[in-house]
Each structure stands twice: as structure tokens, then as C-alpha cells.
Design a protein around this ligand. Structure first.
Ligand SMILES: [Zn+2]
Length: 461
């Protein structure tokens, strides 16, 4: 069998792995590259394979870097089923419609620029119409339920504890009378995060393809993330500022709301300021969370109050409401997308708020190189956006503990649960130097590792 990484090979985004066996040809994920211009350009390059020849695909979770190119796949002839968990099946149409809207808007904007330079207009990567064609192909499959495609191929989805509905894929393949088990980790979550379950420990496999986002790093656990969050909010509000949290609409936002509501009800000194969920996408996704309480962990199930509804939490789906938040000088907590500040309302909040020293921009997730989020996080003194240069006067903060990804110890622990060790561990979904360090770390522990290159098939037998 061959495994080819058509994305997330020595980068974090663009997850797309193709598996070819004697009888099947299928994808695990078909995600968008996200980051600087070079990465974005990769989304426009034709697929290295013929989408018409794929038998089906499996989707690990609803993040755009795992599902964002599915409409392009369908646009170019893919008609197979898309197997994913029921929660991801609910999320996928929401995520893809939003992505298509961004594609259409970005292209409109780009074409205005091109018209001024007398260049021909560009076609969007895909449209809302293409995204709608994905919906009938979505086929929900419950966790821990084996689906047999034939006598030679079956698979099971296990909880990856990364975002609601996220899955690890266990593949059972028979070729030439040999039985093989290959596990794709998808994105793996941290243990003990709010709301969702911990990642499932898998006991055995011949081969494992594992994500490496934070393979070289340990999340800061010196201070509990709740305490860090509370300190940042208290000092920002005390100086009359707003806390802007660029937040991924799926999971991070809901975990933050969960934590904020908990802090408020347990700490009388928590500032009583409005908390705005200023993201139409995150508002829709929060509804999906409300409908999938069966996926909550024991602690979330026990909670009597509703973590997604409390008096000072305000949902602002309308653009006008968002503008009001920007205009007001009153202290507030504002959660808005996108998570890496590449699009969405957070850019407007940054434009209005970055030059005010009383404000804070608080990062709670991975920032891809080249994104505005990464530039701010790397300490830029000024930023260029919307045709202007802005001085960075607001406080810039980061809390690593909210990451939806396991750190080095989490990933290592997950791999050490295999008994015996897998024949080989393929490292994907990490920046180049991270993967190198993670690989050395694992080799020192006795694992055999390999780093697949982009579009280069790896033979496993
Ligand atoms: Zn993810």
C-alpha cells in the first residue's frame, strides 16, 4: 500500500493524505493550506491525483485545514462518500459555507485590484454552490463502529479529543493475505480540556501517522490557564481596555466561553464586563455544541448551568452590532474570528484597538507563519493592514494552555500507549524544525520515525 501526503508534509496546514491499496484509493482529509502567500497559493495548484478516481474519503474533523478543500475536490469530479462523525457531519456544511463566502469575498476584492492593473479577473477557489454540492455526500459514522468497505478494508473512528466530533482513524487493510493496521491520529487534543473527552489511547498498530504541531514544545503549565486568563482580563479592564481574543470558531471559542462562565460564577472579583461573541460562524457552531451533549466529558455533563448562555454574554451576529463594539470605549471581552487574524471581524477590532495601550490582544491558539496573528505574536512594533500602517501599542499576550493540540508530552504519551511500538511512526502536520526535533525525541525513545515529503508516496507493507 502507498500513503502520499498531499498536504501537511512539513507544514501544519493543508492536511490531505491519500491511501492506495490493491483495491481502494481514498483520502483522509482534504484541507486548506493556511498562512503566508506561498502557502495560500498551494490551494490553487491542481490536485496531484484525479478526484474522479477516488472511491471515498474520511474526514477527521471540521477545521478548515482538514476539510477546506473538499468543495474544490467536488468541483473537480469527486462523487464518493465522505465518512465522518455525526458532530462533524453537522459542522461541515457550516464550515464550508463560511469558507466559500470568504473565498468569494476575497476574490471580489482581489479582482478589483486586478482590474485597476488591467489584469484579467481570477475565479474563486470555489463558490457557495460548490460547497452545497458537498452536503449530500456527507455520511455520518458513530465512534467505535467498524465500517467494512470490503473484505480487504475496514475502518473505525475513535475520539481524538481535539474538537467536538474529532476522530482518529484506525484502518484495517488486507493485501496479499497480510493484515495491516494503520492509524491516522488526525489532530490530537490535550488531556483535561473543558467540555470534550480526552484523546483515545490506541493499543496497537503496524504504522502510525501522527500530527506534530507542538512536537517540540511543552505547554506552559506553571500557572493554570484559568488564572492566566483571569489576570489578563483583570488588568486590562482595570486600565479601561478591551481584551480581544482572536479565536477559532470551532472548539476554542466554546472552551473559552465555558471557562469564562465558570470563572464568573466562582470568582466574585471577576470583572463584570460584557463578553461579546462577535462571530456569526462561532455562534452557529455553538448551536452544534448545544445539540451534542452526548460528547461532553463527565464534568461538562454534570454542570447545572448552561455554559453558553449567561447574562453578560452577548451574541452579535449582525455587522452593525460589531461596529458598535468597535465604536464604544467601554471595557469588554471580545471573541472574534478568524483565529489567526487572516480574515473576519477581528481585523476590524485590531484596526480600531491596536494603537490603544489600554487594550490587550490575547492569542490562545497556533499562529501560522506569515499570518497577522503570528506577526503580532512575534513582537512586531508596527503592522500593515487594510492599506495602512498601525503602531502596536496594545499589550500582546499568549496563553498556550488553551491549545487544542497535545504538546510533546501529550503526543509522546499517546504513542507510548501502543504495545508493542508501531513498526514506524510517520510525522506530519508540523513545521519543519519542529518535526526534526520531535523525530529526534522519539528516536531516542526507541521509535522508528519517518518524515514524508509533499506528494511523495511512501510504501508500507
Ligand atoms: Zn484541527
Amino acid at each position: 500500500m502507498h500513503i502520499t501526503c498531499h498536504g501537511a508534509a512539513q507544514v501544519v496546514t493543508g492536511s490531505c493524505h491519500r491511501v492506495e491499496t490493491d483495491t481502494f484509493n481514498f483520502l483522509i482529509d482534504c484541507g486548506m493550506f493556511q498562512g503566508d502567500k506561498d502557502l495560500n497559493r498551494k490551494n490553487y495548484v491542481p490536485f496531484e491525483f484525479d478526484p474522479k478516481e477516488l472511491d471515498f474519503m474520511i474526514l477527521t474533523h471540521g477545521h478548515i485545514d482538514h476539510c477546506g478543500l473538499i468543495p474544490k475536490l467536488v468541483k473537480h469530479g469527486f462523487t464518493g462518500k465522505i465518512y465522518t462523525t455525526p458532530a462533524t457531519a453537522d459542522l461541515l456544511p457550516i464550515m464550508l459555507r463560511d469558507a466559500a463566502y470568504i473565498q468569494e469575498k476575497d476574490t471580489e476584492h482581489e479582482n478589483k485590484r486586478r482590474a485597476r492593473q488591467e489584469l484579467p479577473p481570477r475565479e474563486p477557489l470555489y463558490t457557495l454552490e460548490d460547497a452545497e454540492k458537498v452536503v449530500p455526500l456527507i455520511t455520518p459514522l458513530e465512534y467505535r463502529t467498524q465500517l467494512s468497505m470490503s473484505e480487504s478494508l475496514g475502518f473505525v473512528l475513535q475520539d481524538a479529543g481535539h474538537v467536538i466530533g474529532s476522530a482518529i482513524v484506525e484502518l484495517f487493510i488486507t493485501e496479499n493475505g497480510k493484515h495491516r493496521k494503520v492509524v491516522f491520529s488526525g489532530d490530537l487534543g490535550q488531556k483535561d480540556v473543558p467540555i470534550i473527552e480526552d484523546p483515545t489511547a490506541i493499543k496497537e498498530a503496524d504504522y502510525v501517522v501522527v500530527e506534530s504541531t507542538y512536537g517540540d514544545r511543552l505547554h506552559d503549565k506553571r500557572l493554570p490557564r484559568e488564572k492566566q486568563l483571569m489576570d489578563i482580563i483583570k488588568r486590562t479592564v482595570a486600565r479601561g481596555g478591551k481584551v480581544f481574543i482572536p479565536s477559532f470558531a470551532l472548539e476554542r471559542t466554546q472552551e473559552l466561553l465555558y471557562t469564562l462562565s465558570e470563572l464568573q460564577s466562582t470568582h466574585s472579583d471577576f470583572p463584570k464586563v460584557p463578553i461579546y461573541l462577535d462571530s456569526p460562524l462561532a455562534i452557529k457552531i455553538t448551536e452544534v455544541f448545544k445539540n451534542h451533549t452526548e460528547l461532553y466529558d463527565a464534568e461538562a455533563k454534570e454542570r447545572k448551568d448552561n455554559p453558553f448562555s449567561f447574562p453578560n454574554l452577548k451574541f452579535t451576529p449582525e455587522t452593525e452590532d460589531s461596529k458598535e463594539i468597535s465604536k464604544s470605549d467601554a471595557p469588554a471581552i471580545v471573541l472574534a474570528g478568524s483565529g489567526m487574524c487572516t480574515a473576519g471581524r477581528i481585523r476590524h477590532h485590531i484596526r480600531h484597538g491596536i494603537e490603544k495601550p489600554q487594550n490587550t490582544v490575547l492569542f490562545v491558539g497556533y499562529q501560522s507563519p506569515g499570518t497577522l496573528g503570528r506577526i503580532l505574536l512575534d513582537g512586531a512594533k508596527e503592522i500593515k493592514m487594510m492599506g495602512r500602517v498601525f503602531d502596536v501599542k496594545a499589550e500582546i499576550q499568549r496563553i498556550g494552555g488553551f491549545s487544542a493540540h497535545a504538546d510533546q508530552s501529550g503526543l509522546t504519551g499517546w504513542l507510548q500507549a501502543y504495545e508493542p511500538k508501531p513498526g514506524k511512526v510517520f510525522l506530519v502536520h508540523g513545521e519543519e524544525d519542529t518535526i526534526e526535533k520531535f523525530s529526534k525525541h522519539l528516536e531516542a525513545l526507541g521509535f522508528e520515525t519517518d518524515v514524508p515529503g509533499l506528494n511523495i508516496p511512501v510504501t508500507v507493507d
